[in-house]
Design a protein. Structure first.
Lengths: 367, 95
């Protein structure tokens, strides 16, 4: 049975901040290009839809607005453009010869195939798991999953929470759990210092929640669901170095980092590289977000773990670079302005890691 | 990862594979790659297709072989990237 293949100009995999900005800027710079976005979720906006806190950063990236408001703005300008075709509840299953990308539409219960001129993979990242006894007990959540339950579905994951990880996700989700009525007993951090922004950590401390640095979760226990979380201090080699404390908790959230979701890039034969600062393996890419395969670009967390503001700019750069390649227009000025803006955002203390990672990547050869 | 205690830590949730099983399998067969562990134990062959466990398996492989985790390659990423019902391959999409 022959499938009708959608021969769009640009296929964007992932409708989060990177993918939406890629679509918007490509369509704006080169009117007439046919752009398709496939998004696994039933809503566009990626992780932004559940961010209830205000963002900082630059004006152009909507500083001062709350995450879900930014998502609405980005969605709105994409929806208004008739050249952009949106496929919700549609996930990319694989990349095949001839540049064909097969997707499953869960909404329509069918297969959709695309054969685009350029593919921008903006598939995001997934939460890391932590190995400790009892990590499979009901009540143990990824912190992002708990945030989705709470802020997208309106379901409180539990009443008494221990958070593992004092990076921004751990801090922000802890605060939001408290806003939603849960009690956060402690935030546990393996490193000797808090990883997230001071402003988020300070809010947590003002609420009286202890942040235990140089500590880890030893085990989680409970009969059929989580009842207790045992926590102990550790030394710099991550060995237990003191007496345990036991928290009576029904929820343990894991905020122990993200890993780029690179399967489609690996399948496509893109050159992969391990860069610790970017969260693990990523597809090699240049400062125009082009991978080792000329027709495939990347943007956002899939190209290295950062945040929404940098994802938006990477999306913009990828969208412009793809549009330039297909339309023959010269968009180099606009691309270099976006690159400068991105470099500006990464100049802050929290951009250091990403800068280091992206620099490492640039020093590697394309093959 | 703690080396002395509880080896019954779940590494692959989809297929219920523990840290003890992964380590024993690596030692018994002299394994060096995630794909080998996957083929023998099924860790990473379940519903999530290794999205949760392959990083943990790589860390264990690194510990057992004395290599750096970054030098343990990625498992092969085959299509489909997520489990789908066979039926959808029989449906003709409208676009």
């Amino acid at each position: 049975m022959a499938l009708k293949i959608n021969k769009c100009d640009i296929l964007i995999i992932g409708g989060g901040p990177a993918g939406l900005e890629a679509a918007y800027h490509a369509a704006k710079a080169a009117p007439g290009l046919k752009i398709s976005i496939v998004e696994e979720n039933f809503l566009l906006g990626g992780q932004l839809i559940k961010q209830t806190h205000s963002f900082f950063g630059s004006k152009n990236q909507f500083a001062g607005k709350r995450g879900f408001e930014i998502a609405e703005l980005l969605m709105d300008r994409v929806r208004k453009n008739p050249d952009i075709d949106i496929h919700l509840q549609t996930s990319a299953l694989g990349c095949y010869e001839g540049g064909i990308v097969a997707c499953e539409s869960m909404a329509e219960g069918c297969l959709k195939e695309f054969q685009p001129g350029r593919t921008i993979v903006a598939a995001g990242a997934r939460e890391n798991m932590a190995p400790f006894p009892g990590n499979d007990l009901p009540g143990v959540f990824g912190a992002g999953a708990a945030q989705t339950l709470m802020n997208v579905y309106g379901v409180l994951p539990g009443r008494k929470v221990v958070m593992l990880g004092a990076g921004n996700i751990g801090l922000i989700v802890s605060y939001q759990l408290m806003q939603a009525g849960a009690e956060v007993l402690a935030i546990i951090e393996g490193l000797p210092m808090i990883g997230g922004y001071h402003v988020h950590a300070a809010k947590i401390r003002r609420m009286g929640v202890p942040i235990l640095a140089s500590h880890t979760v030893v085990r989680a226990t409970g009969k059929s669901t989580l009842e207790e979380v045992e926590v102990a201090p550790i030394d710099k080699n991550w060995k237990i170095a003191g007496e345990s404390t036991v928290f009576q908790a029904d929820t343990l959230c894991l905020a122990v980092g993200l890993t780029p979701g690179t399967e489609l890039l690996e399948q496509s034969g893109c050159r992969m590289a391990f860069v610790k600062e970017l969260g693990g393996h990523v597809a090699w890419h240049n400062d125009r977000m082009e991978t080792s395969r000329p027709e495939i670009l990347v943007a956002g967390d899939v190209s290295g773990i950062e945040e929404a503001s940098t994802a938006m700019l990477e999306g913009k750069i990828a969208g412009l670079a793809a549009a330039e390649g297909l339309s023959g227009l010269d968009l180099s000025d606009e691309i270099s302005r976006a690159q400068q803006e991105l470099a500006g955002i990464r100049k802050g203390p929290y951009g250091e890691k990403a800068c280091l990672g992206k620099d490492k990547l640039c020093k590697l050869s394309v093959r | 990862m703690s080396s002395e205690q509880d080896r019954d830590i779940i590494i692959c949730r989809c297929e219920d594979i523990t840290e003890r099983e992964v380590r024993e399998c690596i030692r018994r067969h002299g394994l060096t790659t995630v794909d080998e562990v996957r083929k023998i134990l099924r860790a990473g062959m379940g519903l999530c297709q290794g999205k949760t466990c392959s990083a943990l398996v790589r860390r264990i492989l690194a510990e057992e072989t004395g290599k750096k985790a970054e030098d343990i390659g990625l498992p092969s990423a085959r299509q489909p990237a997520k489990p789908v019902e066979f039926g959808i391959f029989l449906q003709e999409g409208d676009r």
